[in-house]
Ligand binder design. Structure first.
Ligand SMILES: NC(=O)C1=CN([C@@H]2O[C@H](COP(=O)(O)OP(=O)(O)OC[C@H]3O[C@@H](n4cnc5c(N)ncnc54)[C@H](O)[C@@H]3O)[C@@H](O)[C@H]2O)C=CC1
Ligand SMILES: O=C([O-])CC(=O)C(=O)O
Length: 359
């Protein structure tokens, strides 16, 4: 009798194990979008656990996977939707086993995009192809512009009030493309569309910390402009804590910060661009956006946003985040001669505007 009971239990355990080992289909996993009962907007956490609903589009990629891990660890997140055109069943199953609060759901392929987006407070977009050595970020435009457009059409339809964090390159173009999609859909709110340039700040803090012999966690360098080559401009005259640099140090730091992406692309030798540091930077920025949404005061980050700080329609500078997204674009502050000349060359055919912006 006891032997029969043990054999029955063993058979049941084997059946359970076999069901986990079956070939992957999106619907064979409990966390994957399956049908009306598992739709994102019906997640059990809705209305239960306090927190925000966050979607990552491109969640199975080099940035998407570690970013999913970091967002699953964020206590402000109650629901985490992972969307990609490949491999979300595996990533979702894996991340969903972490014993943190957020409920994780996976969504695979275009037919599941709408369910991935419905009800989201924050959408983070790292979907798109990365650079290889010898390429510029602009070389990614043709493929990534189309991807950004499709995803933003989904956002306009399913979560038009969400804050959108655009990571996909070239950020200097994907953000304006997103704005055009939202304008066409009649949902554009410039306060809610933010290009992620946090990796430039993260690198600047690290490299300045190295030069000054300081803990990078105690360094804060504003980085303005855009997110490509010379459009990335660290304001070394505004480093916190206050410090000074020799002209050699300024040249070295400016060049290293501007070329940080290329440094990683070359080191990876064809295997992609920055993923781990980018996931860290994106998680840091997303956390700031969520704290702003929660109503925390005094949250200031650099971001590439619709702006009137220069003659250009989009510009990265310090912004104050709040319940509605970008609540204020802060002035550039006093620039030194080197920075003023760089800004003028890049962004100010009209010098008078510069002096207005520097106040
Ligand atoms: N803003 C920044 O500071 C940085 C931006 N990037 C950019 O981020 C992007 C992603 O980089 P990685 O994660 O390394 O690339 P990756 O190739 O490892 O991952 C991209 C993911 O996007 C997915 N994808 C492609 N088309 C999609 C679609 N239509 N819908 C949803 N998902 C789609 C792919 O399946 C893949 O899983 C690149 O454009 C890269 O240049 C990278 C580093 C820093
Ligand atoms: O350089 C690239 O292609 C990726 C990127 O934007 C960065 O690492 O800053």
């Amino acid at each position: 009798m006891e032997q029969q009971r043990q054999q029955g239990a063993a058979a049941r355990r084997m059946a359970t194990l076999a069901s986990h080992l079956r070939p992957q289909r999106a619907s064979s996993h409990p966390q994957m979008e399956e049908g009306p009962l598992l739709m994102g907007s019906n997640c059990r956490a809705k209305g239960a656990a306090p927190g925000f609903k966050v979607a990552i589009l491109g969640a199975a990629g080099g940035i998407g996977q570690p970013l999913a891990l970091l967002m699953k660890m964020n206590p402000l997140v109650s629901v985490l939707h992972l969307y990609d055109v490949v491999n979300t069943p595996g990533v979702t199953a894996d991340i969903s086993h972490m014993d943190t609060g957020a409920v994780v759901r996976g969504f695979l392929g275009q037919p599941q995009l709408e369910n991935a987006l419905t009800g989201m407070d924050l959408v983070i977009i790292p979907a798109g192809v990365p650079r290889k050595p010898g390429m510029t970020r602009d070389d990614l435009f043709n493929i990534n512009a189309g991807i950004a457009r499709t995803l933003c059409e989904g956002i306009a339809k399913c979560c038009p009030k969400a804050i959108v964090n655009v990571i996909s390159n070239p950020v200097n173009s994907t953000v304006p493309i997103a704005a055009e999609v939202f304008k066409k859909a009649g949902t554009y709110d410039p306060k809610r569309l933010l290009g992620v340039t946090t990796l430039d700040v993260v690198r600047a803090n690290t490299f300045v910390g190295e030069v000054l012999g300081l803990d990078p966690r105690e360094v804060n360098v504003p980085v303005i402009g855009g997110h490509a080559g010379v459009t990335i401009l660290p304001l070394l005259s505004q480093v916190n804590p206050a410090c000074s640099f020799t002209s050699e140090e300024v040249n070295h730091l400016t060049s290293r910060i501007q070329n940080g992406g290329t440094e990683v692309v070359e080191a990876k030798a064809g295997a992609g661009s920055a993923t781990l540091s980018m996931a860290y930077a994106a998680a840091k920025f997303a956390d700031a956006c969520l704290r702003g949404l929660r109503g925390d005061a005094g949250i200031v980050e650099c971001s590439y946003v619709a702006s009137q700080v220069t003659d250009l329609p989009f510009f990265a500078s310090k912004v104050r985040l709040g319940r509605s997204g970008v609540e204020e674009i802060l002035p550039l502050g006093p620039l030194n001669e080197f920075e003023r000349s760089a800004v003028c060359t890049l962004y100010f055919p009209n010098f008078e505007v510069l002096f207005a912006a520097c106040i």
